[in-house]
Write a protein that binds this ligand. Structure first.
Ligand SMILES: [Zn+2]
Length: 154
């Protein structure tokens, strides 16, 4: 897993506010298949992604964390904590076949949309295990250079 970081700063009536972004990579295999549909329907809806033995992607995941700057540390959140959470979550996916190895995708098609939602919910659950001023506002999941999904609170 490799990663890069960026942050942006703006100010509001309530004081400092920042959004920190952390990018990580993971790789996994999947197949688009919905058991509630017929074989023919699966083929028609999912096309090449229906292919029986699946295929793989090198995903890029960006997590966006927002909140005030801690006046003592100068941070919105400790990056070591962010990295630990992202490693925990991506380890659940990295080098796995999503349909077979990840229980969450036994009942839902592992589309980019559903994998992004999974990442958001898992990161948020890990973040909520300790008190934080920062909140996870969104994740962006790239399946390829030209395809990505944003998932977050609306
Ligand atoms: Zn795919």
């Amino acid at each position: 897993m490799s990663s890069t970081m960026s942050s942006t700063t703006s100010s509001s009536a309530n004081g400092d506010w920042v959004r920190l972004a952390r990018r990580v990579h993971f790789s996994c295999g999947h197949r688009y298949f919905q058991p509630k549909l017929s074989e023919q329907e699966n083929k028609e809806i999912f096309g090449l992604c229906y292919s029986e033995h699946g295929h793989g992607h090198n995903y890029v995941l960006e997590a966006y964390l927002e909140g005030p700057i801690d006046p003592l540390t100068g941070m919105v959140i400790n990056l070591m904590q962010v990295d630990e959470i992202l490693k925990t979550v991506t380890n659940e996916l990295d080098h796995k076949h999503l349909n077979f190895d990840v229980p969450a995708f036994k009942d839902q098609v592992p589309t980019t949309e559903n994998v992004a939602r999974f990442c958001f919910q898992r990161i948020q659950a890990e973040l909520n295990k300790s008190a934080n001023r920062a909140q996870l506002s969104a994740v962006r999941l790239y399946e390829n250079d030209d395809l990505w999904v944003d998932y977050g609170k609306s």
